[in-house]
Design a protein around this ligand. Structure first.
Ligand SMILES: [Ca+2]
Ligand SMILES: [Ca+2]
Length: 181
């Protein structure tokens, strides 16, 4: 009986060591540094995002529009070279968000959609505009079709209601460029 237990324990340790070894062997040592936008509703698909990156001393090391791939991925390897520590991201009609950049990882930023007025804040004015356009065809710039599904309905209204807050300001205190509001 005692021998059986001992054998079992030895086997368990051996199996755990094997699994650990496999996990270690198969881990990905080559993960690119990316920023992934999450929390995108429906067919909302940003093509570009403005990025302001700052280093350890809070100096701006990048201040430019970047491409968004497959509606959500922003390559950030160049930011690592610039020793960026913090990244503030602004997408049009989305509140600006901020994250601490981790190297060799898929950094995630949950975005908040619903800024119809383009003032980096979601409030009663945005809600009022969406409400006034309920059941109407989306307007020319589709700002009130929050989830970009081609209709202005209660889902868009709900998104504006739950998204009410103010976006991040630029690290240097400057206003966001017009084309990302
Ligand atoms: Ca607004
Ligand atoms: Ca919609």
């Amino acid at each position: 009986m005692k021998g059986n237990r001992l054998t079992g324990a030895v086997l368990l340790v051996a199996v755990l060591a094997l699994v650990g070894g496999i996990l270690f062997w198969t881990r990905d040592d080559d993960v690119a540094t990316t920023v992934e936008l999450t929390n995108l509703p429906g067919q909302f698909c940003p093509k570009e995002a403005w990025i302001v990156a700052t280093d350890n001393d809070n100096r701006v090391v990048l201040d430019a529009m970047q491409q968004v791939n497959a509606c959500r991925f922003i390559a950030a390897d160049s930011l690592v070279g610039l020793e960026a520590q913090t990244v503030t991201i602004k997408v049009a009609r989305v509140l600006a968000g901020k994250l601490a950049l981790r190297v060799d990882e898929a950094n995630r930023l949950a975005i908040t959609v619903g800024d119809v007025t383009g003032d980096n804040s979601i409030d009663g004015r945005d809600e009022k505009i969406v409400r006034s356009r309920l059941a109407l065809p989306p307007d020319s710039n589709s700002a009130t079709d929050i989830n970009a599904d081609g209709r202005i309905d209660v889902i868009d209204l709900a998104l504006v209601r739950i998204g009410k807050k103010v976006g991040e300001t630029r690290p240097d205190g400057q206003p966001w460029a017009e084309n990302v509001l």
